[in-house]
Design a protein. Structure first.
Length: 264
């Protein structure tokens, strides 16, 4: 695959062509995922659950994220590498600069932080210094204790309107990508239309510019009950590379996610 850049992704958005994001945490899977045509590899702090067996993402450290980002960078074949900044590693703008730099030096091409308009200052400082940002909005798992559980966000008109305003504000501050988790499909569509930067969705319906899933979820090996937005792509595939290729094809065609994976 040719090297994927922010320019590639905005060309997709302008052309109305969907792109695909998938998590990976090690060199071997980074190789398989990028070879299957996934444009963006997310080194997610979901590794707290998936690799470490924690019950939330809160225990994940900067050292964990640096280690896994460096591993992914070794195996990657041209995808864009997005690295999550872990819980409380971006509480102040100064801390954000320092920790974002460490992830970029480990091999990330863009960093992701969770929140809304309060991140504007950090987003603009990072952007001025040459570090692109993805802002993760809606259900932000690092705030699970404040949110009172893993619940759909933006269900009432007030919070929906606020989310659209915040998205526009973050774009103005210099955010390069937005990610919406667990928001009603219609709201995700409105946010996607309100900004020129690409919007990635998970549990956000089919209208966003891209989709993301946790690798182990879509391979059907995460223990316990899966969230509604997950589809097991191993059910119709002979091997892991084919399952990932089928995911890429389904996203490009708009056949995933279906209404059964979305919130109305
Ligand atoms: O950590 C992660 O895997 C994520 C995705 C679920 C969006 O943030
Ligand atoms: Na995450």
């Amino acid at each position: 695959m040719n090297k994927v850049t922010l320019h590639t992704l905005s060309t997709f958005k302008q052309a109305g062509e969907k792109f695909t994001v998938l998590t990976a945490y090690d060199a071997c899977f980074a190789h398989v995922v990028s070879e299957a045509g996934v444009e963006v590899i997310l080194v997610g702090d979901s590794l707290g659950m998936v690799l470490q067996g924690q019950d939330s993402t809160l225990p994940v450290t900067m050292d964990d994220m640096i280690y896994h980002t460096a591993s992914v960078a070794k195996g990657n074949q041209g995808a864009m590498i997005m690295a999550d900044m872990p819980f409380m590693s971006y509480a102040t703008p100064e801390q954000t600069m320092k920790n974002a730099a460490l992830l970029m030096q480990a091999g990330a091409h863009i960093i992701k932080i969770e929140g809304d308009a309060w991140l504007s200052e950090s987003v603009s400082l990072l952007s001025e210094r040459g570090i692109p940002t993805c802002v993760h909005m809606g259900l932000t798992p690092q705030a699970v204790n404040k949110l009172g559980g893993y619940k759909v966000q933006g269900r009432d008109r007030g919070s929906a309107k606020q989310m659209i305003e915040d998205a526009v504000r973050l774009e103005e501050a210099g955010a390069s990508i937005l990610l919406l988790e667990c928001v009603p499909s219609l709201l995700a569509e409105e946010v996607t239309q309100a900004v020129d930067i690409p919007v990635i969705g998970i549990g956000a319906g089919v209208s966003t510019d891209a989709q993301v899933l946790v690798l182990h979820d879509m391979l059907g090996i995460t223990p316990g009950r899966s969230p509604k937005f997950v589809k097991n792509f191993m059910e119709d595939a002979a091997d892991i590379p084919s399952a990932i290729q089928n995911y890429v094809a389904a996203v490009k065609q708009g056949s995933f996610p279906g209404p059964e994976h979305s919130f109305e």
